[in-house]
Design a protein around this ligand. Structure first.
Ligand code: NAP
Ligand code: ZN
Length: 349
């Protein structure tokens, strides 16, 4: 059984320490890959701080993994030793239900073989799953994506969550030429949303809390940049956008954002704050507005997103950190101080 170094927290105070975990030998259709880089998603923080409910500790988070295959099972056909691969938020599902068949494995409805999240979940072996803050992982080949050579490897990991979580709703809700799209919150997800929406051909605006990231927003492809710290910003934007993508990780004023939509426009929420948000029905009724959600994306669409990013020269802007820096990085993410995703280099373990 492969033993690997990892970083875990023993409770919701999120003081990370080095540990050793055991991975299973790859089965016939599984691959083992050395995790080289792991992104820190704000969802890791919500989970480990138990903002979404209780979890089992010790916890090894991480659902943005980039690595290199070092072992393949006897029936693996999709990958070979040496391949650059990535894994996102889930590592298994039934493969047979309506949603698995549609390539939306994240919505697997099976009760016998339910979706297995990369961490804080129960694996098929009945053991708690452990995520990407580790030097290696065993995964069923159907839940692994290929990382194109055009994408800088040390920056690829965040695409496996931040990339797909923004690509999927932008595509579904028609971001493209002639469409005005606002991305709200320019953190890990937001800075990918800006790049992807711009590459799809939309006219992109950023709505941030401050103007401090304006130059970066424009570099990522935004044509306009607004800050809610400036009085009256959302009032001035009334009736402007076809689509607003909210990546805000905290409570926010949904009605004010709905007001920035054109008639028939959609506010798509991907941020997952701890507490429920309020919405006034009149904000929806007047103007036939849509308030929608979106949850990551399936495996085929994740591969499509990776290929799209390679083709368009898009990549996350990352700050590489070591294992010892994870504890502090959590506070910096919550304080919006990351530019724009922390990626853990597992060779520092
Ligand atoms: P992040 O890097 O911390 O970015 C969140 C951004 O939200 C911040 O950069 C900040 O942008 C803005 N923000 C933070 N606090 C705010 C507040 N009080 N009011 C207004 N804006 C605020 O986090 P992330 O990794 O991108 O994740 C964003 C959210 O999406 C998290 O809640 C995460 O759990 C969720 N998520 C959901 C899915 C899904 O499938 N739906 C997948 C992944 C993540 P500015 O500094 O520009 O204001
Ligand atoms: Zn995530």
């Amino acid at each position: 059984m492969p033993e690997v170094l990892a970083y875990a927290t023993d409770d919701k105070s999120c003081q990370f320490h080095k540990t050793t975990i055991t991975r299973r030998e790859p089965g016939a259709t599984e691959v083992f890959f050395e995790v080289k880089y792991a992104g820190i998603c704000h969802s890791d923080i919500h989970t480990a701080r138990e903002e979404w409910g209780p979890v089992t500790f010790p916890l090894v988070p991480g659902h943005e993994l980039a690595g290199i295959v070092t072992q393949v099972g006897s029936e693996v056909t999709k990958f070979a030793v040496g391949d650059k691969v990535g894994v996102g938020c889930f590592v298994d599902s039934c493969g047979e239900c309506e949603f698995c068949q549609q390539g939306q494995e994240q919505f697997c409805t099976s009760t016998e073989k339910p979706v297995v999240m990369t961490y804080a979940s129960t694996g098929r072996d009945g053991l708690p799953t452990a995520g990407g803050y580790s030097q290696g992982i065993t995964v069923e080949q159907d839940y692994v994506c290929r990382i194109p050579d055009e994408i800088p490897f040390e920056a690829a990991a965040p695409l496996l969550c931040a990339g797909i979580t923004t690509y999927s709703p932008l595509k579904r809700w028609g971001a493209g030429p002639g469409k005005k799209v606002a991305v709200v919150g320019m953190g890990g997800l937001g800075h990918m949303g800006v790049q992807i929406a711009a590459a799809m051909g939309a006219e992109v605006s950023v709505i941030s809390q401050t103007m401090s990231k304006e130059a970066d927003g424009k570099k990522f492809g935004a044509m306009h940049y607004y800050a809610t710290s400036e009085e009256g910003t959302l009032d001035k934007l009334r009736g402007t956008f076809d689509m607003v993508l909210s990546t805000i990780s905290a409570d926010y004023d949904v009605d004010a954002l709905l007001g920035t939509l054109k008639v028939g426009g959609a506010l798509v929420n991907v941020g997952a704050p701890e507490k429920p948000v309020d919405v006034a029905v009149f904000s929806l009724i007047v103007g036939n507005k849509i308030f929608a959600g979106s949850n990551i994306g399936g495996i085929a669409e994740t591969q499509e997103m990776l290929d799209f990013c390679a083709e368009h020269g898009i990549a996350p802007q990352v700050e590489i950190i070591g294992g010892e820096d994870i504890t502090e990085a959590y506070d910096k993410v919550v304080a919006s101080k990351v530019r724009y995703r922390y990626v853990i280099d597992t060779s520092t373990f």
